[in-house]
Unconditional design. Sequence first.
Length: 67
Amino acid sequence: MPRGFALATAKMVQFIWNTFDLKSDPPIVPVMVHLMGTEFSVSDKKAREELGYTNAITIEEGMLTLV
């Protein structure tokens, strides 16, 4: 699906949810389209340095659970 169409659809869905004050979460919102259609990377460096974060499992173990 073209990204522009997905974004327009998400904006329309969000408008409907806001207009009718629907209590459930909409199935798609514009930020979801942006996140799904944009390449980005995440770093846990700050969490490791400041909070002492460590992985619960190794990357290899995680990859094996996906297979």
